[in-house]
Design a protein around this ligand. Structure first.
Ligand code: MOS
Length: 701
């Protein structure tokens, strides 16, 4: 383990270093880089969910003034196949899902491109499609691994026998909906080619969670050396995972720019198109079984998960993971089975695995508490494991108990009525609920490098990191300042460019840990070489080194919710959410709070509002816009409070930090479901909690 960072700037609530650039509008997002004379791309999407493209009639489109080219599966430049089926855009006539890109128009203006795209006539050989997920399909299959490389199934002991002989038990099936990522800034790619075939080089201005991973993926499909591609992405307006991996639109923009003789091609993905080709969270069906003694101590726990993937590419969400590690029980099982359907490929969305995978267990724990006649906080305290149940490793730090007790104290839990449906305030049933949160500490030691350059009395620190609006450039500035032992004002941080040292994706809540460790290492190496008084122009690029994993490492939290349910209409309000988290050292309270509150808000949105409605007849998400895919607004979220307990964990990284980007969304929906049950006595097991599910004719009696 490398030496801990001596902290001075770290821990303070430094204002965002990019705040002024953003609020004054000078921070260039992907669509706003000044490229000369760009052309504009519009995609033509499949209107069928399965089949083949038999013909593309582009005559009317090409006849339009200002249309430069129309790309089809029959004329598109070839790509190198076999790396990633999602990126093989326009390489065959196969249609795998409705909304797939089957042609593209490039024109002088976005308006002409859009009009021309409407004029492209695509004929299909249509095949019957199937987009229906159910747990009783006979073609469910077991994937080799679940995202990213976890075992698909785990088994310890005999959970079924434990269940059969249990004093207290829960056996229930829970479902989460399909959800789509909707960052404020839609995905955009601007592609420019330079040089001809032998010297071809590509610049991409993109909105991405990782310039280097994006570069490498695009290099593979274009069969180019990665050094011939530059990706520039200094500002990103949110991602949540949807910009964590390249999608077809990036390749399409680069493919089209092959045809425009050096002119840049801009493809600004529309909000509606984001429901077709930038990934989403699979719906899940989770059968939970809990068995316990009369004292509430778990003897068995199992989660059997069914979810979907695309027929042309597999993504297996790791939904069973939290069940492997959250509570002690001698008999345990998790399984994952997939239905391969005629749908776009699911992908990452804030806390893939943990987010849906803590919904079922944390509602089931509430049901077990009721079955045992125990307070749900007390039930969790009784099932706290001494070591990680999955690996047997000791925890580096696990302060779940502290989160529960501190949260209970702050929330006023001790005055909570034992019996559900016992508090009425005018026309509203009132109740409270609790649920646990967890997110693993993911680290790739040595995956990042950073550069330090001294010039004109200032330190320029460079790393190909991404700031999705999370504040990572701010916290990296703090880390760099402390590692160099200078003031934050003396540091200029540069990120978001493959011209800077390599960095892994902003994903798995691991960005700050990976990038920060590299910044600390490079700064120390710079100081080691040049001492405290460097000369103008001194420069050093360095990387951290890896360590062996001797501990189970994760962040924890406890979320408390108050729900009010209208006795006449079933309307659900959540006036109060409190989350208490144990996330290692908080590097910047201002940006950390924003991440945790943001995650909890997204969890509330998942609990009450969000669901992508897949029309089985036509095979597409019908509510593919903000009019019908409702995301929580300020009016839906009166009070969300995030707090944390001090945690000093020397095993993590030099900063002592755990990830904070994702844990906030984990457990929120379960806490709200549990609060709705406490308010009304109605147990909801299927998200979202819409009025019809709580409304019963006798609710007002
Ligand atoms: Mo996050 S879903 O790991 O980008």
């Amino acid at each position: 383990m490398t030496e801990p960072l001596r902290t001075r700037a770290v821990g303070t609530d430094l204002e965002r270093v990019d705040g002024w650039a953003k609020v004054t509008g000078v921070a260039p997002y992907a669509d706003e880089h000044p490229v000369p004379n760009p052309a504009y791309l519009q995609a033509v999407q499949s209107t069928v969910a399965r089949g083949r493209v038999t013909e593309v009639d582009a005559r009317a489109a090409t006849a339009l003034d200002g249309v430069l080219t129309v790309l089809t599966p029959f004329n598109a430049p070839p790509l190198r196949l076999g790396h990633d089926a999602e990126l093989e855009v326009l390489q065959s006539d196969a249609v795998w899902f409705r909304g797939q890109i089957v042609a593209a128009v490039v024109a002088e203006t976005p308006e002409i491109a859009r009009q021309a795209a409407d004029l492209v006539r695509v004929s299909f050989d249509v095949r019957p499609h199937d987009v229906t997920l159910s747990a009783d399909r006979d073609d469910l299959y077991k994937p080799e691994v679940v995202n990213p490389r976890h075992p698909t199934d785990t088994l310890t002991g005999d959970p079924d026998s434990a269940f059969d002989s249990a004093d207290r038990a829960v056996d229930a099936t829970y479902t989460t909906a399909m959800y789509h990522n909707n960052p404020m800034e839609p995905h955009t790619t601007v592609a420019v080619w330079h040089g001809d075939d032998d010297t071809a080089a590509l610049t991409l201005y993109d909105s991405t969670q990782g310039v280097h991973p994006l570069r490498d993926a695009v290099a593979a499909v274009f069969d180019l050396a990665p050094e011939r591609i530059r990706v520039v992405s200094p500002y990103v307006g949110g991602g949540f995972g949807s910009k964590g991996r390249p999608h077809a639109h990036v390749v399409l923009a680069a493919l089209a720019a092959r045809r425009t003789e050096g002119r840049a091609v801009t493809f600004a993905v529309s909000r509606r198109q984001m429901f077709s080709f930038v990934g989403y969270r699979t719906p899940t069906i989770q059968r939970m079984r809990l068995s316990a003694g009369t004292d509430g101590r778990l003897t068995g726990i199992s989660n059997d998960v069914v979810e979907l993937t695309a027929r042309f590419k597999e993504f297996a969400e790791q939904t069973g993971l939290p069940t492997r590690t959250m509570y002690a029980a001698p008999h345990r099982r998790t399984t994952h089975r997939l239905a391969a359907l005629d749908v776009p490929v699911p992908s990452w969305m804030r806390a893939p695995g943990e987010c849906p995978g803590m919904f079922a267990p944390e509602v089931a724990m509430d049901e077990l508490a009721e079955a045992c006649g125990l307070d749900p906080v007390e039930l969790r305290l009784r099932n706290e494991p001494e070591r990680d149940p999955d690996t047997g490793l000791p925890f580096s730090t696990r302060n779940f108990v502290a989160c529960l007790t501190e949260g209970a104290r702050r929330f006023g839990w001790e005055s909570r009525p034992r019996v559900s449906r016992s508090t009425r305030d005018g026309d509203w049933w009132v109740g409270t609920g609790v649920a646990g949160s967890t997110y693993p500490v993911l680290r790739q030691p040595g995956s990042a490098a950073a550069s330090v350059r001294y010039r004109d009395g200032r330190y320029e620190v460079g790393i190909g990191a991404a700031d999705l609006g999370t504040g990572s450039s701010t916290v990296l500035t703090q880390i760099a300042a402390d590692a160099l032992d200078v003031a934050v004002d003396d540091v200029d941080l540069r990120i978001g460019d493959t011209a800077l040292p390599r960095a892994p994706v902003a994903g798995g809540s691991s960005g700050t840990a990976n990038w920060g460790s590299a910044v600390v290492a490079a700064a120390r190496q710079f100081r080691g070489k040049y001492g405290p008084d460097p000369a103008d122009g001194d420069e050093y690029t360095g990387s951290d080194d890896g360590g062996k994993k001797r501990f189970a490492m994760a962040a924890y939290g406890a979320q408390f919710a108050e729900a009010r349910v209208n006795v006449h209409t079933g309307e659900i309000r959540v006036p109060r959410l409190l989350g208490v988290f144990a996330v290692g050292r908080v590097i910047n309270p201002r940006t950390a709070r924003s991440q945790l509150v943001g995650g909890m808000t997204m969890g509330l949105s998942m609990a009450l509002h969000e669901a992508s409605v897949l029309d089985e007849r036509f095979g597409f998400v019908v509510n593919h816009d903000f009019a019908e895919y409702h995301i929580a607004t300020c009016a839906d979220v009166p009070s969300v409070e995030a707090r944390w307990i001090d945690e000093d964990d020397p095993h993590l990284n030099p900063m002592g930090s755990k990830g904070i980007g994702e844990i906030g969304i984990v457990g929120t929906a379960a806490a709200i479901v549990n609060a709705v049950h406490h308010a009304t006595g109605v147990r909801i097991r299927d998200l979202p909690i819409t009025n019809d599910k709580v409304f019963e004719p006798n609710l007002s009696m």
